[in-house]
Design a protein around this ligand. Sequence first.
Ligand SMILES: [Zn+2]
Length: 143
Amino acid sequence: MRSLSLEPGDQELIDTARELIEKRFDPERHHVGVALRGVSGAVYAGVNIEARVGRASVCAETVALGRGLTVGETRFSVIVGLMHPHDENDAVQEIHGGAPCGACRELLGELMPDGYVILPVDREFRRVSVVELLPLQHTHELR
Ligand SMILES: [Zn+2]
């Protein structure tokens, strides 16, 4: 997987996501914090919403994108998601980065096709392009 170094402002996004999930962590409801930068430069943050009926749950990426779209931001450049451990049984016992799920990759591919996801690569945060994470995005057009 090809990855790039962080750019100015990326650490602010990581810090925002970390502070958010530290503050809002709830083992029953929220364990992921996302920070997203729109092309305007504004930052939108969101937490996941876990529901008792699993498929009613909403990813933090979707919440953050919804916050941006609601105020008129239509294109986004970079996103990061950090996960809080659920409980003492989780393998990783600290807040850590992770990759978006497949459904979120599709959404990111539509809303930020030229954008980047900040992920841990070889134990450091790096930029990975959305296209790299979703090389065969869904399309209605037959090719
Ligand atoms: Zn997702």
